[in-house]
Design a protein around this ligand. Structure first.
Ligand code: HAM
Length: 426
């Protein structure tokens, strides 16, 4: 049997990472900003299991998509269930909506969610096997204003990167229009089969829409004359799309219609979109997030009724990676390094920690070790804390502590009885 070497098992699985220190905080700060924006826009939280029955994704996201065909982490439980680590959130949330009869509640329901997702992709910068998403879903409504609301709230969150963001948008039309268009496209690719890149050939049968955003040069040439989806929309679908665009214009969201934008999941119809940025040379970034309308998903996974819905998923790893402002850094919190000297000092430190109110906007650092003042002060300076509170045995006897500003190096004595108030004043 193949045995993993010691070195291998002491490394996180490929495409998966550990987070500590500042990196950990950036994710936490991102979550809290995104959550606040979602809650201030009418959404409430939902949490579903990290696994679903494999069929939920096979039927929902669709066989023929890369996610289902190549990237899922599938497992069979001891009890014989076939489960999959969720590659995305929407299908599981729709399962939850159906299971709990949420259709009988006043519609629409507006959810936000966050957490890890799993795709067995080729790892590279901005592409992980354990990735993090923040998502929004509006379920039980078919009106263009909800498409606009989803795009707007996602835009507000992605703008926190400090980058100029473009919304790329397209309409896939209704399910029937989309199906008719796929047939047209399949025929077109078959007619031009000799000029299509080898790696794209299988998709003519399985998923011709995905050939539209092929990176292969020869296929790109063929794509230049491929029939356009936007020219195959029925009157109603066109009207729906135009209304979404009018709303976006009214709220000043910069968008660009991109007819080749089809997205990699099968459940979409009508509106689809992605958030992107461009560098100085005009090169487009990976999508920072994307979404669209999925009116047919409920039926695809076995519900008797359609549940028209629209939503998005934001790529948290990518958003944090491209951020050039301090929004996700830990810069709004006061850092205090608590230095206890000797047993008495550390005992006092325990009692100070006990008194601190959870509402205080502060981050406390301490080690509660026997290390001397010099060592602890140098750790305090490295930690990024703004202040140190020094609890030395002599001062404690007098009921005092020393408060030191780590950037100006000024220090003063404070009364231990008032330590809570002194901390609040910082
Ligand atoms: P998605 O486009 O597959 O959509 O994923 C959303 C975002 O997650 C992407 O735009 C990207 O930023 C990020 N992402 C995807 N794969 C990776 C990866 N391997 N590494 C890092 N980031 C990644 C969905 O998942 C849909 N559920 C969105 C949705 C919600 N549509 C309607 N409602």
């Amino acid at each position: 049997m193949f045995k993993k070497s010691k070195k291998d098992i002491l490394q996180a699985p490929r495409g998966m990472r550990d987070f500590t220190g500042n990196e950990y905080r950036k994710y936490q700060n991102f979550w809290s900003i995104a959550q606040k924006i979602a809650e201030n826009s009418g959404f409430s939280g939902i949490e579903t299991p990290i696994m679903e029955h494999t069929e939920i994704f096979q039927k929902g996201v669709g066989k023929g998509t890369d996610i289902v065909d190549k990237e899922m982490y599938n497992l069979e439980t001891i009890g014989g269930d076939r489960l999959t680590l969720r590659p995305e959130g929407t299908a599981g949330i729709m399962r939850s909506y159906i299971e709990h009869g949420m259709g009988s509640l006043p519609q629409p329901l507006m959810f936000y969610y966050s957490g890890p997702f799993f795709r067995h992709e080729k790892p590279q910068k901005g592409r992980y096997r354990q990735l993090y998403q923040f998502g929004l879903e509006i379920m039980g409504s078919k009106t263009p204003i909800h498409d606009a609301l989803i795009i707007q709230v996602g835009y507000k969150i992605v703008k926190k990167t400090g980058k100029e963001i473009t919304v790329e948008i397209n309409s896939l039309g209704s399910n029937d229009e989309r199906a008719a268009y796929i047939e047209k496209l399949r025929l077109y690719y078959k007619e031009n089969i000799e000029n299509i890149a080898k790696s794209d050939l299988a998709r003519i049968e399985t998923n011709p829409l995905r050939i539209l955003d092929s990176k292969e040069e020869s296929t790109k040439l063929i794509n230049k004359n491929a029939p356009l989806l936007t020219e195959n929309l029925g009157e109603e679908s066109q009207k729906y799309f135009d209304t979404v665009l009018v709303y976006l214009k009214e709220i000043n969201i910069p968008y660009k219609i991109v007819p080749s934008l089809v997205r990699g999941l099968d459940y979409y119809e009508h509106t689809v979109f992605e958030y992107v940025t461009f560098d100085e040379k005009g090169n487009k970034s990976n999508a920072l997030g994307g979404g669209g309308r999925y009116d047919g998903l409920a039926e695809k996974i076995g519900h008797s009724k359609a549940v028209p819905s629209v939503g998005l998923g934001l790529g948290v790893d990518r958003i944090i990676e491209i951020s050039d402002n301090n929004e996700f850094k830990d810069n709004k919190t006061i850092g205090i390094y608590l230095i206890g000297l000797g047993e008495q000092g550390n005992k006092k430190a325990l009692s100070v920690i006990n008194q601190i109110d959870i509402n205080e906007n502060l981050r406390l650092y301490c080690t509660l070790t026997e290390a001397n003042l010099k060592k602890q002060l140098s750790r305090a300076e490295e930690s990024g804390a703004n202040y140190a509170i020094i609890l030395g045995e002599e001062e404690i006897k007098k009921g005092l502590a020393i408060l030191k500003n780590l950037s100006t190096r000024e220090q003063k004595e404070i009364n231990l009885k008032n330590i809570k108030e002194e901390i609040s004043k910082l």
